[in-house]
Every structure is written in C-alpha cells, then in structure tokens.
Design a protein around this ligand. Structure first.
Ligand code: Q46
Ligand code: ZN
Length: 301
C-alpha cells in the first residue's frame, strides 16, 4: 500500500477520502484539518489564549499537542472527578504529558473542593453520574478558563462525537439542542468563554492513529460510567453505516452544518442570563445548576 500523495509506504487507509497516507502525509492531513476548522469557523485568533479541556484520553491530549505544535498559547484544564482509580490514572496521564512538553495546566479536584467524588455526589442527589458530571465540567471549565483570562475553551470532540450527538438530537427532535449544535459557541456573556471543537473534521480512528504515531501516552480505558450510554449505541450504528458507505458520518454532520449556516445567518438567540445569587456566575435561573447540585449535596452530607 502506497501513499497517494508521495508514494512512500502508506500506514493508513482513509476510505471516506478514498485515499492512503504515509506517516508524514497523514500528520500533515491532520494538522491541515485542524487548521481549516480554526480558520473557516473563526474559532480563535493567534493572539488569543486557548484553554484546553484535558481528560487524559486520546482526543483531548491530541488536541492539546496539535494546538501547541501549531504555536497557540495553551493552558490545560483537568477536572479530577474523583471516580476511584480511573481518575487517578487519568490525572497521571495529563501530568506526564504536560511535564514532558513543558506545557502549563490547572487541576480542579472535586474531592479536594467538596470532600467527595462524582459517584458519591450523584448517588446523594439521585441523579445519573453523567448528568451531574456535565454540569460540573461545564461550570468549572468555564470558571477556570475565565479566571486564567483565557477567552476560549477548546474540547476534543471529534467527528464521531458530533455525528452521534446529531443523530441523538434528530431521533428525538431536540430542536433547542439542534440549534446550538455547532463547533463554535460564541460567548453570550462577559463571564462566559467561547467554546470551540477544533477536531470536528477528524474521525475518532484518525485521531487515535495520530496519537499513536506521535507517541502520546493516553488513558485507553473508558470512564466506568460510560457503559450502556445512548451515545455509544449511536456511534455503533454510525460505524456500521460508515463501514458500508464510507463518508456517511462526514456527510451527515458537515451537511447539517452547511444547512444550519444557511438557515441561521446569525448566532442562536442568547439566553436571558442573570447572576447566580449564590456564586455570581451567569445563569438562566436564580440559582445556577452547579450551585443547586452542590447545595443539595451539602444538605445531604
Ligand atoms: S466522564 Fe463524566 Fe463521561 Fe464519565 S461520568 Fe459520564 S460524562 S462517562 S464524557
Ligand atoms: Zn451558582
């Protein structure tokens, strides 16, 4: 198998692009896709600092490595969810990655802040761990990025993540979520940072290959709470479609974005935000979801 670009020995086949690449041309392809996403979607400028949400998994560490390689000023943000040994291993991957490359990072530990990890917190308030986790990550990532004066928060969501999320939103006709599903979420309030997804043009398999090629030591195991999630089911369905008809995921998600751009010429209407009466962060309710979650937890403790 030869590289379609330079005829060297190919290391990967990309059926959705009907091509094959050697290691060097594949790396260039990955960097080009990220650069294109940043430029075409006006994610951030050269002079803006980018906070990168890093879990210790392949996508977030690859994203951090790519943005640092492209010369952006980055700050890694890691939330230690306190999910047993899984969180310990995830943290050590982030720490080793950052130290080896001399990149700065900040850790927010739930156990240190609230005396309890995610599982105990979610049990105490009878909420599924992933729903509590979403609130905790969104709130803290935004607050820490703003505290460190980073105007942008980048996450490692890839094409598979976005296509499966789109499938879920379409299957349930979640119009509100469909309107907001975008690789760029502008900041609708001075205390909210811009959220971007620079890996949305790359498939999970491509990022995994890039991470291995660049010797990124990431946590391979899934979060113990991920089992049985609907997203895994949607990913599996899309993978089967992709296998039978390469390019399906790409077409599904990128054509959705094209149609969305044509339909919504302006950013989605900004929600009516006020200051949370407990923490002062922007919120649609009197008390924000995070303070409600943490407040309920304190009563139960
Ligand atoms: S980390 Fe959190 Fe995921 Fe674990 S608890 Fe659920 S949402 S599965 S991305
Ligand atoms: Zn609050």
């Amino acid at each position: 198998m030869r590289c379609r670009k330079c005829s060297s020995k190919a290391i990967i086949r990309l059926p959705r692009h009907n091509t094959t690449f050697c290691a060097s041309c594949f790396s260039t392809y990955v960097l080009d896709q990220v650069t294109r996403a940043i430029k075409d979607d006006r994610m951030f400028r050269r002079d803006e600092g980018v906070a990168v949400a890093v879990s210790g998994g392949k996508d977030s560490l690859a994203l951090w490595a790519i943005l640092a390689h492209l010369g952006y000023r980055t700050l890694g943000l890691h939330i230690d969810l306190g999910i047993g040994e899984y969180s310990g291993r995830s943290y050590r991957k982030v720490e080793a990655f950052a130290q080896a490359r001399g990149l700065p990072f900040v850790v927010h530990s739930l156990r240190e802040t609230h005396g309890m990890g995610l599982s105990e917190m979610a049990d105490g308030i009878h909420r599924p761990p992933c729903s509590a986790c979403g609130v905790i990550k969104r709130y803290n990532m935004n607050a820490i990025a703003a505290q460190y004066e980073m105007p942008v928060l980048a996450t490692g969501h890839n094409l598979d993540d976005e296509a499966s999320r789109l499938l879920g939103n379409v299957l349930h006709w979640q119009d509100d979520y469909l309107e907001k599903q975008s690789p760029v979420l502008p900041n609708s309030h001075p205390q909210l940072v811009r959220k971007v997804k620079p890996l949305y043009r790359l498939a999970e398999r491509e990022i995994a290959a890039w991470a291995v090629l660049h010797k990124i030591d990431y946590i391979v195991e899934e979060c113990p709470n991920a089992g049985g999630s609907k997203m895994l089911l949607y990913k599996d369905v899309l993978n089967r479609l992709e296998h039978a008809a390469p390019g399906t995921k790409h077409q599904f998600y990128l054509q959705f974005l094209e149609r969305q751009k044509a339909r919504v010429q302006k950013a989605p209407a900004a929600p009516d935000l006020r200051a949370c009466t407990t923490c002062g962060q922007p919120s649609t309710a009197e008390v924000c979801s995070y303070c409600k979650l943490v407040g309920t937890f304190r009563v139960l403790k």
